[in-house]
Design a protein around this ligand. Sequence first.
Ligand SMILES: [Cu+2]
Length: 166
Amino acid sequence: MVKGFGLQTLLRIQLQRVKYTGAERDSRHALWDDRNRGYTQVDKWTNMVLNDAGTIGLSLNGKSFPATEPTTMRGGEVLEVNYFNEGLMAHPMHLHQPVGWISAKDGVPLDQPLPGGHRQHCPGERYTVLDKAEEPGVWAWHCHILTHAEGLTGMFGMVTALIVEP
Ligand SMILES: [Cu+2]
């Protein structure tokens, strides 16, 4: 019997990579190949757990900026990100340089990918987004509710970076 942990115990979810290769992807994503500009493979993948509650507070993967880890990619690579909002508020996560595609919700591939440049993540939702690194540089990756990412003393909370190497 589990005592004292309430919903936190029920929210232990194993984030798994969405697999959508081969015939299933080809049939479900008929428009994908026309619009993808090279989103046909995944080179890296990562999970991003959004939180705003408990002792952790505003955080990405349990850490607050500047302790958040940047992600590094090479130009042309495609990153698959599984966003999972385990907080109590919505968080519109925004990655500055790539304008990616939402490929799945709650692990179920979408019939057609949706533009994923600025997606609102409501509590309990999980979205899978593909982002292609197109321009070298250091790109901000943050919650677009700016009070979740910046205060009077500078950036904090839900901020990290994508580093694109040439
Ligand atoms: Cu936020």
